[in-house]
Design a protein around this ligand. Structure first.
Ligand SMILES: Nc1ncnc2c1ncn2[C@@H]1O[C@H](COP(=O)(O)OP(=O)(O)OP(=O)(O)O)[C@@H](O)[C@H]1O
Ligand SMILES: [Mg+2]
Length: 391
């Protein structure tokens, strides 16, 4: 049965973890990042730490551009006989606290002297001393700094922008600190002195336009799909979806659409991906309500949401009334052995405040961002997700 030819030659090339050597439409950003360090490499023994902020929306290429820029800078350093390393930390995954973050920096930047038992401050002191003694240099990228600062109030920006002051007289060996965030809202979590040391070197990533998305995807399609398995028409359709305000140029979403549409084409025995495959996948995967949103609801909010969604599904309608929600919720509560919902209006209002449901009027209550054509499939999927969040 599995003799059918797949539409793919190498689907790994659609993984967001795969960073192509050439990043179309980010040359300007890479050049700008390199320009900050031109003097640094020319005069490395007198270099001072530079701080740069990269901002831009989801999937606008911040992380992959930072990687690519660092690779080029390291190559340039090597040509000049400079021992430069890139220390990349994703603060969402590797920076639970200040001490964990500094431990990771030390481990990557100076593994020879790494020791897990040092205090946070001592780790930075040892790092700087090691770099100065050994004439080694590092560039630090802190990705998703907005996430870290929202969850801790530890002054990492203060510490890391002042590394030059640890053993003054000599440069600290850390040539640059690049902080990456979706936007500058994280400044609200910094105090005045931290903001001032962060400086004003910005590189802002604008969302990709439709034609830029086509260029980027064309390259990936060539590497991932068999020739003729994906037409220009399908590619343009994916680009159109990707530039809509809800997706807002997120290339990761476009890559997912390519991947899952290809799987669907394979499963249905097609030799090529059709616009209908893309349409189906888009309807199923795009949820303005994320799994995290659902997990963060209270039990009662989940019952009400499930009641609402089940009713919409059953009646095949995008909207319903408060009265209908009440009857549907009673059934849900019975099913889950829970007490009947009191103060339903308040809960409906909460769900509205959280952006989960839409209230047009008391007789017109629906789920946010629901496209009528995908109603049934969307609701099935949402019912499953709400139910699994109840366990
Ligand atoms: N210009 C580009 N050329 C080729 N691929 C790209 C380009 N920009 C982004 N990508 C692809 O999209 C994926 C997502 O990009 P990236 O992770 O850099 O986005 P991001 O801006 O860091 O998003 P987030 O804010 O969610 O972290 C990359 O791994 C890469 O595969
Ligand atoms: Mg990123």
């Amino acid at each position: 049965m599995r003799n059918r030819i797949s539409v793919f030659i190498d689907e790994e090339k659609l993984s967001p973890r795969y960073i192509p050597k050439n990043l179309p439409h980010r040359d300007g950003e890479i050049e700008r990042l390199l320009s900050f360090f031109k003097d640094t490499l020319e005069n490395i023994s007198k270099s001072h730490l530079k701080t740069i902020q990269i901002t831009g929306g989801v999937g606008s290429g911040k992380t992959c551009t930072d990687f690519r820029f660092a690779q080029i800078l390291l190559e340039q350093a090597e040509e000049q006989g400079i021992n430069l390393k890139h220390v990349y930390i994703n603060l969402k995954l590797q920076g639970k606290s200040k001490v964990v973050l500094y431990r990771n920096i030390l481990e990557q930047g100076a593994s020879e002297i790494y020791s897990a038992s040092l205090s946070a401050e001592e780790m930075l002191r040892r790092l700087v001393k090691y770099l100065q003694d050994e004439k080694k240099y590092i560039l630090i990228s802190l990705d998703e700094i907005d996430y870290f600062l929202k969850h801790t109030n530890q002054q990492i920006v203060y510490d890391l922008t002042r590394l030059n002051e640890i053993n003054p007289g000599k440069p600290c060996g850390v040539i640059g600190l690049i902080v990456i965030a979706r936007n500058t809202d994280f400044h609200q979590n910094l105090d005045k002195s931290e903001l001032s040391t962060l400086g004003r070197n910005y590189v802002e990533f604008k969302p990709y336009t439709s034609s830029q998305i086509i260029d980027i995807l064309e390259q990936r399609v060539k590497e991932a799909f068999r020739a003729d398995a994906l037409s220009n028409e399908v590619l343009e359709y994916i680009a159109d979806i990707t530039v809509t305000p809800t997706v807002n140029g997120d290339i990761r979403y476009a890559l997912d659409l390519l991947l899952y549409s290809g799987h669907l084409a394979d499963n249905e025995g097609f030799k090529h991906v059709t616009p209908e495959h893309v349409r189906k996948v888009h309807g199923e995967t795009y949820h303005p309500i994320t799994s995290e949103d659902i997990q963060n609801l209270s039990e009662r909010e989940k019952y009400v949401l499930l009641g609402l969604v089940r009713f919409l599904k059953y009646e095949e309608t995008p909207y319903t009334s408060l009265g209908e929600i009440r009857s549907s919720c009673d059934v849900v509560c019975e099913e889950y052995d829970a007490n009947k919902i009191e103060k339903l209006e308040e809960i409906v209002q909460n769900l509205h405040d959280k952006g989960i449901i839409d209230i047009k009027s008391l007789t017109k209550i629906g789920v946010s961002g629901l496209a009528a054509e995908d109603l049934s499939r969307y609701l099935d999927n949402l019912i499953e997700r709400v139910k699994s969040g109840m366990d």
